[in-house]
Design a protein around this ligand. Structure first.
Ligand code: NAP
Ligand code: MG
Length: 494
């Protein structure tokens, strides 16, 4: 390994902290995974052909190569899946004891752990995220969610003392492309623990790990119809939302689609939870541990290509340390590895789709047209596939499109502030309210901000930390309802 020539380069008076190494490639092997050429729908415990006979391709965004063909489910298939879920609910799952349901969930969790490597590789191939992320975050957290809710299945009366809680029935669940397996686990595990059955629709570009999860359901001997996976695009999600025999819709995705769904279920008996977009503030005070904070900013927005709903996409730095933080951030950005998601050294993988790639480029162009100062990392990026350099939008106005709209890419807006009140006002000046980060040495400041920031989650001196025991969800247009923890059970009970 040779040290990069200009790693010692210093800018202004602030010494460069990070060193870039020319690391030898360390690709994860693909030899052990099994992918079929074609995937059918998983309905009533069987793989069934779509009634339209139509399939669509899912590709690897890092190479633009086709991975498999995925079945397109239309209204008739959605109806078949809901009927199977209803039958399984009435005859099997709602009659089973909590302890028995828990056994299935424990089995599923253990099987995910056993096949963790396979799931991580497929998640990375299909979605473009770095193997480090899918291996260390997505897959272990997904297994943990099943373990956690398995434990609750026979203890619901302790979660809600003196209340008689009942399952809802059939849950229709719709998930986005940024954490396919993890979002499926967030939704399926609490629903099953509470005695509901499920019809789940993954996002068009990332259906593979949900289909692999169906293999695990088969292996675990889950009774037919308890979970049905229907893939599709365009109108498949809407067909599920509009099906009359659904009792609950759980949706994670963009705010725009969330609003459409809310309109669609209004006036019906369907219970609804929405986990939507975000534009989360990451706030650095002068008394913070700056190097740690810089690492936290990088983790908050650049890792996972900024494809995180709660990404710390708006940075607020207190004036006294602004130059230092920005310089250190630029250094760190120059030293990030952007490229092959399968390489274990990669920090930032591929953007999930051509569409999302174009969206990010369009926003950066808007930033340029608005006259903002743009800083793009000097790191190399591959010529093929959808890759973005980590980017800063500096000196940007609160009213800028880039500060107000969710970009969902490795693009960070940077604003400065002087006082606590000013930063609270600026941070809350958004339609969203999903998460926030506060970096300071003072506990009192942390408590002050956690009560005043209108965000579902506020992290202190860390960012993007998740645990199945901890509830997650939004304020304002970031949605309503909570997933995770005891709160996550409530959404699946009446
Ligand atoms: P999206 O475009 O809203 O799609 C989400 C899901 O909804 C997909 O499965 C999609 O299917 C489906 N869908 C599309 N139109 C629909 C309709 N009319 N009725 C019902 N379902 C419909 O979101 P995305 O681009 O996949 O994901 C990115 C967004 O998710 C970001 O805004 C991000 O912030 C948000 N997100 C939020 C959280 C959270 O917990 N708050 C977590 C992760 C992501 P097709 O793919 O087939 O179109
Ligand atoms: Mg794909």
């Amino acid at each position: 390994m040779a040290k990069n020539k200009d790693s010692k380069e210093t800018k202004k008076d602030i010494p460069s902290q990070s060193i870039k190494w020319d690391l030898s490639p360390a690709p994860e092997s693909k030899g052990h995974i099994k992918l079929q050429d074609k995937y059918d729908l998983f309905i009533n415990g069987k793989w069934v052909k779509p009634s339209s006979g139509k399939y669509f391709d899912t590709t690897n965004p890092a190479t633009e190569e086709k991975l498999a063909e995925i079945a397109y489910a239309n209204d008739a298939d959605v109806d078949k899946a809901v009927k199977a879920a209803r039958e399984a609910y009435t005859n099997v799952w709602s009659r089973m004891s909590g302890a028995e349901r828990g056994k299935y969930l424990f089995r599923i969790a253990r099987l995910i752990q056993e096949r963790a490597r396979e799931f991580a590789v497929i998640e990375t191939l299909d979605g473009g995220k770095s193997i480090r992320e899918s291996r260390d975050v997505d897959v272990p957290l997904a297994a943990n969610h099943f373990f956690y809710y398995a434990g609750w299945a026979d203890k619901l009366q302790y979660a809600f003392p003196n209340r008689k809680m009942e399952s809802l029935g059939v849950a229709g669940q719709i998930i986005p492309w940024n954490f396919p397996l993890l979002m499926a686990a967030w939704k399926i595990a609490p629903a099953l623990a509470c005695g509901n059955t499920v019809v789940l629709k993954p996002a068009e570009t990332t259906s593979l790990t949900c289909l692999k999860l169906a293999e695990i359901f088969e292996e675990a001997g889950l009774p037919p119809g308890v979970v049905n996976i229907i893939t599709g695009h365009g109108d498949t999600g809407a067909a599920l939302v509009n099906h009359p025999d659904i009792n609950k819709i759980a949706f994670t995705g963009s705010t725009n689609i969330g609003k459409i769904i809310q309109r669609a279920v209004s006036g019906t008996n369907k219970k609804l939870t929405l986990e939507l977009g975000g534009k989360s503030a990451n706030i650095i005070f002068e008394d913070a541990a700056i190097d740690q904070a810089v690492e936290g900013i990088v983790n908050g927005i650049f890792f996972n290509q900024g494809h995180v709903c709660c990404a710390g996409s708006r940075l607020f730095v207190q004036e006294g340390v602004a130059d230092e933080v920005i310089q250190k951030l630029k250094d760190r950005m120059d030293h990030l590895y952007v490229g092959d998601p399968m390489d274990k050294n990669t920090d930032i993988g591929a953007i999930n789709s051509k569409e999302q790639f174009d969206t990010i480029k369009r926003y950066v162009k808007i930033g340029k047209n608005e006259g903002n100062e743009i800083y793009e990392s000097k790191c190399e990026i591959p010529s093929k596939g959808y890759f973005c350099r980590p980017t800063l939008i500096l000196d940007v106005a609160q009213s800028s499109t880039l500060v107000q709209e969710e970009i969902f890419g490795p693009v960070l807006t940077v604003q400065t502030f002087r006082t606590v009140d000013e930063v609270i006002q600026k941070a809350n000046n958004t339609q969203y309210g999903l998460a926030a980060g506060v970096w300071t040495d003072k506990g009192s400041k942390i408590f002050n901000l956690t009560t005043k920031l209108r965000a579902g989650v506020v992290w202190a001196n860390t960012y993007n930390k998740f645990d199945p025991t901890s509830p997650f969800g939004g304020y304002k247009e970031s949605g309503f309802g909570r997933e995770g923890g005891v709160h996550g059970l409530e959404s699946y009970l009446k």
